[in-house]
Design a protein. Sequence first.
Length: 426
Amino acid sequence: MNEALLSPEYAARMDQADPLRKFRDEFLFPQHAGAPMAYFVGNSLGLQPKGARKHVEEVLNKWADEAVEGHFTGEAQWMPYHALVRDGLATLVGAKPHEVVAMNSLSANLHLMMVSFYQPTLERTAILIEAGSFPSDRYAVESQLKFHGFNAGNSLIEVEPDLPNGVFSDECIANAIRTHGKRLSLVLWPGVQYRTGQAFDMAKIAELAHEAGAMVGFDLAHAVGNLPLQLHDINADFAVWCHYKYVNSGPGAVGGCFVHERHANTTRPRFAGWWGNNPDVRFKMGPEFSATPGADGWQLSNPPILGLAPLRASLDQFQRAGMPALREKSLQLTAYLAQCIELYLSDAIDIITPMAAEKRGAQLSLRVKEGRDAGRALFDHLAKHGVMGDWREPDVIRISPAPLYNTYADVQRFVRVTQEWLHDRS
């Protein structure tokens, strides 16, 4: 039975039964020895949808043929171009259309959100994050504290994980929020922790933060396009994310931002820019800023049209596939990967990502038991043989089967190449 689980026939049967199998043909794959790589790095940079080129070339051709008039002509005119992705983004993150906007980049958007939603008082100066957060988030938080005249030693609360391998229990997060509640101005938490791959109960975190009297925001870099999200229903105040990982919109892709509709007409401070000004008065060029209601009001500058174009192709794929089906396949693929590791590789590799379905996304974070040097050697061996994961210091290999394009055959290839490495070392 165990050998059958790793047979080519098993993978072929499972992949043939996959209702999403045709989406794989819509992507371009890096090649290795004349064949597509087994690409497990959608958590870092998603593959290119073949449809992206059409949308980029459409913009380039419009620029060539119409120049400035391209702002005002045709269905894909540039003035309202960001609106072309609004409905797709809203569906992807579980929001109302006016609660989302594609703009800037993740860290820039995080700063813009903290300008509005980190408003410390004498009693509430603290921001709560997870220890070991992605460095950019910590840099942004600490710099915001300094901007307000505080320091990390007094006003940055970093919650340490209480379970092995850097994993957090729900009780650990809840206890930290309750313990520091009277000091908290903002709780900033990831949807998925980048190193461990742990997925969090964002609804509960939002509820606890609000009960404590704090604002709550989420970094969804590793959650968007990976997990079903319901940002409106969980009452998040804001969220930020990128589109170059699971949303497959290209390197440095335009980021995304959510602002709950209860803040649609907020008088909270914000950094204002011309493009966030109400379009009804924008071209009157007046000196007074009148924010567009909703997330659009946080825009600063006109969007990069060439940067937005690939997002149209990707969101079309997500709309056709549907997050429920993608999530179901993702759970099946990661379960199969975990089962194979347990059966064939458990003497050498530990999975540090929680295995409960609600605690993980597409990513499994792996640690080689021999230590960092062995882990790095395995990572290099995989790449040399056409299996691409990614490495995060100090000793984690991340393997992320993306349901839009990864297969059971890809998982088997990872297992076999790893077995070969282990055999060569024995």
